[in-house]
Write a protein that binds this ligand. Structure first.
Ligand code: CA2
Length: 150
């Protein structure tokens, strides 16, 4: 029974396409949103697409996804990935299947990016595929949900 997927983006991802194109590419967050709507639509899901630079707001949205019985969450917590026990606790608390996504391959970058708190509660992780990782995450999440592995 499809429903809504929350796609939640963390700090500085509003700068996609405007800064550091050699690292993060030239696509904007609006392009990411369009990609997500397309991938979700192909799988029969609606999308709630959000971005915030504030940790607490990300926690609030994860809780909202739980309250509204979202089918799943695709989460790029950006720098909070590597620091936030609050976000880890929120994912674990709401029990909404969550797939972690990163534009870059965090394991090929600085050692402090190799640790992900989000991974401890996520069903899966997609990283290193640029913004296409969001579509891969949505396809993977839809496959898990269809198979009842959530
Ligand atoms: O690769 C990713 O998606 C990251 O989540 C991006 C975060 C970084 O802290 C993570 O380690 C990996 C940084 C997001 C900043 O996004 C920008 C985009 C364009 C220009 C500047 C920053």
């Amino acid at each position: 029974m499809p429903g809504t997927l929350y796609v939640i983006n963390g700090p500085n991802l509003n700068l996609l396409g405007a800064r550091e194109p050699e690292k993060y590419g030239t696509s904007t967050l609006a392009d990411v949103e369009a990609l997500c709507r397309d991938a979700a639509g192909r799988n029969g899901y609606a999308v709630e697409f959000r971005q915030s630079n504030r940790e607490g707001e990300l926690v609030d949205w994860i809780q909202q996804a739980g309250r509204e019985r979202a089918a799943g969450i695709v989460l790029n917590a950006a720098a909070y990935t590597h620091t936030s026990v609050a976000i880890l606790d929120a994912i674990a608390a709401v029990g909404v299947p969550t797939v972690e996504v990163h534009v870059t391959n965090i394991h090929a970058r600085e050692p402090f990016r190799h640790k992900s708190y989000v991974s401890m509660a996520a069903k899966g992780l997609v990283c290193g595929f640029g913004i296409y990782g969001y579509a891969l995450a949505i396809d993977g999440l839809a496959a898990l949900l269809k198979a009842g592995r959530n």
